[in-house]
Design a protein around this ligand. Structure first.
Ligand code: ATP
Ligand code: ZN
Length: 220
């Protein structure tokens, strides 16, 4: 996707748990968002800025590559996207989208710490974060990557345990699973591209970041 010259781009989740709060942040920072002719791009009326509305999974790459200058994404998604290449920089946590990536097990698995996962199959949508965590605990296990419905994997005998995002714990409970380990604590973060914007947009970028940080601080 090529950039329109002379405009900044902010990547936000199109729909989902972060979508509304991301738009609120942009609006509270003083940007008047206009729905565009297409769904993918919203224009900001009072500044040369566009909002790119995409799947959250695409946000880290867009920002890392400089296709977007800023982005709002869950730190879990950013962490999972880490691949050794140029990376988006976290500017600040935003105080919403809080959740925790946890290992959970069915009662049938006699859990007594990470070693109980040795040689077991664990289903997750976050294979890289889980792999790093298992390595840090010296455990070797099979990771099964699932895009969704991770919490039903033990019941279907697809896996012995899961590693999934939890906020209230209601989903785990509804599926008879017990939270055992915290793998990653997450919330939405504002990220910035390692690629500098066009020089004439640098000042605008700095001032937008400044205002967003004011908004977040005022929500304490
Ligand atoms: P997309 O269509 O954009 O790919 P998605 O289905 O991957 O959406 P959502 O379910 O909307 O994602 O969640 C977006 C983010 O919200 C998560 O990556 C996480 O950072 C955060 N979040 C907060 N609470 C939860 C929760 N209970 N379960 C899942 N994600 C949560
Ligand atoms: Zn997603």
């Amino acid at each position: 996707m090529s950039k329109v010259q002379g405009r900044l781009r902010i990547a936000v989740q199109k729909s989902g748990r972060l979508a509304e709060r991301s738009l609120d942040l942009v609006r509270d920072a003083g940007l008047r968002v206009m729905k565009g002719a297409n769904d993918l791009l919203y224009r900001v009326e009072n500044y040369p800025i566009d909002l790119l509305r995409v799947r959250d999974d695409d946000i880290p790459t867009f920002v890392a590559d400089g296709v977007c200058d800023l982005g709002v994404v869950g730190e879990n998604v950013l962490e999972e996207a880490r691949n050794g290449g140029p990376q988006a920089e976290i500017l600040m946590p935003l105080g919403f989208g809080k959740c925790t990536l946890k290992v959970a097990t069915p009662p049938s698995l006699d859990y007594a710490g990470p070693a109980s996962l040795e040689d077991r199959r664990i289903a997750t949508s976050y294979p890289r974060i889980l792999k790093r965590w298992l390595e840090s605990r010296g455990v070797s296990a099979d990771i099964v990557t699932m895009r969704g419905a991770v919490e039903v994997a033990p019941r279907l005998k697809l896996a012995h345990a899961i590693c999934d995002l939890v906020s209230t714990g209601a989903t785990l409970e509804a599926n008879g699973l017990i939270a055992q380990e915290t793998v990653f604590d997450s919330q939405a973060v504002l990220i910035r591209s390692p690629q500098a914007p066009e020089p004439e947009l640098q000042h605008l970028l700095d001032s937008i970041i400044e205002r967003m940080s004011g908004v977040v601080a005022s929500q304490g």
